[in-house]
Design a protein around this ligand. Structure first.
Ligand code: 5GP
Length: 183
């Protein structure tokens, strides 16, 4: 069976762009669609970006053991990985990527010790601040919270099997692809 690959890293480091690059590069790679209690942003599609669920629905998923891992992210909303699609895809021989936060990565480390944990890091702190500011999707308060979370996440980098610096999407994507294909 293929190994699960967890991709984590601070906010705005470009994880989403790297994951899209990987999906375009290798059709055998599949990314897990998470459930979240946060509201959709403009352009986000239910079932593609996330499964947008209510607090009650999320509680039910937890209670029924439907989530492989879950966490409160940025002290705000809950996010979790639906178990069934991941298990089915792995059984079918696909490579599965989870793009989740560090708390989720730690839970996967416990429940699936064979998972490959990859941390995407920014070239430096200033670059991360710049990427977050230019993304323009968060308020100044949200930016401050996300930078605080980012500091904690960067401090936990050594817990990961691999650290890949995102200088530029094709370089970072290729390094992650090599790790996935070598596993
Ligand atoms: P956003 O709200 O910007 O889409 O995502 C915020 C953060 O939630 C990201 O850092 C992302 O990695 C994390 N996240 C997304 N889905 C999950 C999930 O299923 N589980 C966990 N633990 N974190 C997630």
């Amino acid at each position: 069976m293929n190994r699960l690959t967890v991709i984590a890293g601070p906010t705005a480091v470009g994880k989403g762009t790297v994951v899209r690059w990987l999906l375009a590069k290798d059709p055998n790679i599949q990314v897990s669609v998470s459930a979240t209690t946060r509201s959709p942003r403009p352009g986000e599609i239910h079932g593609e970006s996330y499964f947008f669920v209510s607090n009650e629905e999320f509680d039910q998923m937890v209670q029924d053991g439907e989530l492989l891992e879950y966490a409160v992210v940025h002290g705000e909303n809950r996010y979790g990985t639906p178990r069934k699609p991941v298990e089915e895809a792995l059984k079918a021989g696909r490579e599965v990527i989870l793009e989740i936060d560090i708390q989720g990565a730690r839970q996967i480390r416990q429940s699936m010790p064979s998972a490959n944990l990859v941390f995407i890091a920014p070239p430096n702190w200033e670059e991360l601040e710049r990427r977050l500011a230019t993304r323009g999707t968060e308020t100044p308060e949200q930016i401050a919270i996300r930078l605080e979370t980012a500091k904690q996440e960067i401090a936990a980098m050594e817990e990961f099997d691999h650290v890949v610096i995102n200088h530029e999407v094709a370089q970072c994507g290729q390094e992650v692809l090599d790790l996935i294909q070598a596993s």
